[in-house]
Design a protein around this ligand. Structure first.
Ligand code: NAD
Length: 295
C-alpha cells in the first residue's frame, strides 16, 4: 500500500483516484468542487480540507487538472508541504513548456517527477484501461509505473521531462487531421452518390484505413459503437480536441516545426467550436464540412 495524494477529481481524476483505492492504496484527495469531492468519497477516497493537507504524508502525489497554469500553481502551493523525495506525477494534458517548468519546480524541492498524460477518455479512466505517455528520469519512471498501472493498461516511457506531453500532442494532432480527412471523404462520397457503407468497405481494407475510420467512423452505420450512432455525444469532445491542437501549434511554433495540416485542423476545430458543437464529439466536424447539422 502506498500513501497517495490526488488533486483534481473531475471527469478523469475522480474515477482514477477511485481505481487507486480499489487497488489497495490509501488516497487523500482535494478538489475545488464539492460535488466532485462527494463522488470521490463514495468510492472510498479520503477528502482533505486543502491540497496542502492532502499531500502531508504522501509518498506519491498525482495531479489531474485542466491546464498548465493550474498545474504550476498547485505544484507551487503543495511542494513546500511535501516530504523531499515524494514522487510528483502530473497526468493533465498541458503544454510542454509548463510541464518542463513543473519538473524544474519539483527538482528545486528535492522531488522526482513525471509528466504522464493519458489517452482513453472517461471510459478508460473508469475501467482503468488508460494509456499513459510518460516523461521523466528512469528512476522516477520505475517508481511511478506500478502506480500508473493501477489506472491504466499501457504505460509508455517516452523519454525525459516533457516528453509525455510531447507524445500526447503529436498523437492528437494526427487524430485531428485524420478525422477531418475521413470526414471530407464521406462528404465527397455523398455528393458523388457513393453509399457510406460502400466507401467504408473499400477504405477500411485499403490504404485509406485509419483509426478515425475503422474505430470512430464519423457517419452512423458502419461502426455501430462510434459516437456518430449516438447523436455525436462524446466520446472525446470537440473542445478537448481544439485544446490539444492548440497545444500542438504552440509547441510547433516554439520548436520551429512546420505543421501546416495541424494548423489547418486547429482552425477547423476552432470554427466547429464557434459553430456551437464544442460539447459534441469531435467526429461531429463532419457537420461543419457538410455545412449542415441535420444529417
Ligand atoms: P475536469 O474539468 O472534469 O476536471 C478538472 C478538475 O480540476 C475539476 O474538478 C476542477 O475543480 C479541478 N481543479 C481545478 N483547479 C483546481 C485546484 N486549484 N485545486 C484542486 N482542484 C482543481 O477535466 P477532466 O475531463 O477530468 O480532464 C482533466 C485533464 O485530463 C485535462 O487536462 C484534460 O485535457 C485531460 N484529458 C481529458 C480527457 C477526457 O476525455 N475528459 C481525456 C484525456 C485527457
Amino acid at each position: 500500500m502506498t500513501n497517495i495524494a490526488f488533486i483534481g477529481l473531475g471527469n478523469m481524476g475522480g474515477p482514477m483516484a477511485g481505481n487507486l483505492v480499489k487497488a489497495g492504496h490509501s488516497v487523500q484527495a482535494f478538489d475545488l468542487v464539492q460535488a466532485s469531492k462527494d463522488a470521490a468519497a463514495e468510492m472510498g477516497v479520503g477528502i482533505a480540507g486543502s491540497a496542502k493537507a492532502a499531500v502531508a504524508g504522501a509518498e506519491v502525489v498525482v495531479t489531474m487538472l485542466p491546464a498548465g497554469k493550474h498545474v504550476l500553481s498547485v505544484w507551487a502551493d503543495i511542494l513546500p508541504a511535501v516530504k523531499p523525495g515524494t514522487l510528483l506525477i502530473d497526468s493533465s494534458t498541458i503544454d510542454v513548456d509548463s510541464a518542463r517548468k513543473a519538473h524544474a519546480l519539483a527538482a528545486e524541492h528535492g522531488c522526482p517527477s513525471l509528466d504522464a498524460p493519458v489517452s482513453g477518455g472517461t471510459g478508460g479512466a473508469k475501467a482503468a484501461t488508460l494509456t499513459f505517455m510518460v516523461g521523466g528520469a528512469d528512476a522516477a519512471f520505475a517508481r511511478g509505473e506500478p502506480v500508473l498501472a493501477k489506472m491504466g493498461r499501457k504505460i509508455v516511457h517516452c523519454g525525459g521531462a516533457g516528453n509525455g506531453q510531447a507524445a500526447k500532442i503529436c498523437n492528437n494532432m494526427i487524430l485531428g487531421i485524420s478525422m477531418i480527412g475521413v470526414s471530407e471523404a464521406f462528404v465527397l462520397a455523398e455528393k458523388l452518390g457513393l453509399a457510406h457503407q460502400a466507401l467504408f468497405d473499400v477504405a477500411s481494407t485499403s490504404s485509406g484505413q485509419c483509426w478515425s475510420l475503422t474505430t470512430y467512423c464519423p457517419v452512423p452505420g458502419p461502426v455501430p459503437t462510434s459516437p456518430a450512432n449516438n447523436d455525436y455525444k462524446p466520446g472525446f469532445a470537440s473542445a478537448l480536441m481544439l485544446k490539444d491542437l492548440k497545444l500542438s501549434q504552440e509547441a510547433a511554433q516554439a520548436a520551429g516545426a512546420s505543421t501546416p495540416l495541424g494548423a489547418a485542423a486547429a482552425q477547423l476545430f476552432a470554427l466547429h467550436n464557434a459553430w456551437g458543437e464544442g460539447d459534441m464529439d469531435f467526429s461531429g466536424i463532419i457537420h461543419l464540412l457538410r455545412g449542415r447539422r441535420d444529417a
